[in-house]
Design a protein. Structure first.
Length: 110
């Protein structure tokens, strides 16, 4: 199984900070905390370095945008390749996917 993760060390602030690792390369995982005010995040430790699980929408968007994901509002990332249609809904939109599932977003996309 492949995981998209972010480098724990030596980040440069662009998409190269996000890498794909194979679960079979992981020596161990634990909870890592940047400082006393931070939340704990799952960390994967491999022979190639240590990596953090994605923990924010910003990180997820950066890692997954090349796969067609877009942030539709401050709490929802949508895979545009899976969208069947979008309809007006109150102050936003209802996004319907090819499998029939839906999500309500604040973005007006109709």
């Amino acid at each position: 199984m492949k995981l998209i993760v972010v480098k724990l060390n030596d980040r440069v602030g662009d998409n190269s900070d996000f890498v794909e690792i194979d679960i079979n390369e992981v020596n161990y995982f634990d909870l890592w905390k940047k400082d006393s005010n931070s939340d704990k995040v799952l960390a994967f430790h491999t022979s190639k370095g240590s990596f953090l699980a994605l923990s924010t929408l910003k990180e997820a968007h950066s890692a997954y945008c090349e796969y067609g994901f877009e942030l539709y509002d401050r709490s929802t990332g949508v895979n545009n390749q899976r969208v069947k249609e979008a309809k007006q809904h109150k102050s936003g939109s209802i996004v319907e996917f090819h499998d029939g599932s839906t999500v309500i977003v604040r973005k007006k996309i109709y």
